[in-house]
Ligand binder design. Structure first.
Ligand SMILES: [Zn+2]
Length: 349
């Protein structure tokens, strides 16, 4: 008799198919099923991914009108002039462009899959409704973050109240550069004071924003306002504030290294440039930070937006970095963020 009972149990466990279609008695069936169970458990155990903390995720819904995206699309900066057709910011000229989430449900499902299957915990800022939905679905894997880049967005009192509820654990993304402001601008100083007082870590955008940011998309944006040194006055006013420089101040690595040397609590994330600039350039930048001795202060971040595939794409950049030791990779993916955000590592096992 062909053992179709066992076969049906194993149909969706391809690694177990070698056990199927044997002629077995009822007694051996019991033992076979027992070993099958143990084997499956072990296989799942060994397949469980090591935890990753992604410190830079933007909460948003899906949108059917957003085009697909090719990672590392800035490897050919377009040449153009003011009287010529505006160059496209992105292109779809690659083998398999990453598809956008076309609906809120699709985006939510992608985030939950990343939380569960890829074992990724995310620091999430942006659309409050999406943050609440994601947090409800996976409360242990979503760390809500409250962003403010301009005093017009929220009063200091409202900001303090929002943080005091305990829902938001982080302040970010703070991006005064897009507003034509330095992070040391006094209009933001009281907000940083509240974060310092409440022990809330802060993520600040410093660096580039893509091609033509100042003259094509955000007229107030200034490249010079992304210089890491502009953080110094603010840090001097808030000696206990814990900040991380988002996008690692790319491409101003010398200033970044000097700033981290002078300010012992400053960390960086690798978000955004890890999937947009040329791969060799990304590796050169990361390698320089590590070479300078800062592998304990670099955190993994995606800058995830509407294309869920950016997660695996960006993770692979770190996985494939042959100049990083396994220990350095684990520091970047997990240990550094655990230390920076005062998390309990045992809760991620
Ligand atoms: Zn940013």
């Amino acid at each position: 008799m062909k053992n179709c009972y066992l076969e049906s149990i194993l149909t969706n466990k391809p690694h177990m198919k070698f056990l199927t279609c044997h002629l077995i008695s009822k007694a051996t069936l019991f033992y076979t099923l027992f070993f099958c169970f143990v084997f499956t458990l072990n296989a799942q155990e060994s397949k469980k991914r090591l935890p990753i903390i992604d410190v830079h995720v933007h909460a948003m819904g899906g949108n059917p009108n957003v085009p697909p995206l090719c990672p590392w699309f800035l490897k050919n900066m377009p040449g153009s002039g003011p009287d010529q057709e505006q160059p496209s910011f992105m292109n779809t000229n690659c083998i398999s462009p990453l598809q956008p989430a076309r609906s809120d449900a699709e985006m939510d499902a992608a985030i939950l899959r990343a939380n569960k299957e890829l074992n990724i915990t995310m620091v999430v800022s942006g659309d409050a409704k999406a943050i609440h939905r994601w947090h409800k679905a996976a409360p242990d894997r979503i760390i809500p973050s409250l962003g403010i880049s301009n005093a017009d967005e929220m009063t200091v009192e409202a900001f303090r109240d929002s943080l005091s509820t305990g829902f938001y654990k982080v302040m970010g993304e703070v991006a005064p550069q897009y507003q034509g402001m330095s992070p040391s601008d006094m209009s933001l100083d009281e907000y940083f004071g509240v974060a310092e007082e409440l022990g809330i870590p802060v993520g600040i955008h410093m660096g580039t924003g893509g091609n033509g940011m100042a003259n094509l998309s955000r007229p107030k944006y200034r490249a010079s306002l992304g210089q890491p040194f502009l953080l110094e006055d603010m840090l001097a006013r808030h000696p206990k504030l814990k900040i991380w420089v988002m996008h690692a101040g790319y491409p101003m690595v010398d200033q970044m290294i000097a700033l981290m040397g002078a300010n012992a609590y400053v960390y960086v994330d690798l978000a955004g440039f890890i999937w947009s600039y040329p791969l060799e350039e990304i590796h050169a930048y990361l390698k320089r930070l590590v070479q300078a001795g800062f592998s304990k202060r670099i955190m993994y971040g995606t800058d995830l937006m509407i294309w869920p595939g950016l997660l695996e794409t960006s993770i692979e950049v770190i996985e494939s970095a042959n100049y990083l030791s396994e220990e350095q990779k684990r520091d970047i993916f997990f240990n550094n963020a655990v230390r920076f955000f005062n998390l309990d590592a045992s809760k991620f096992e």
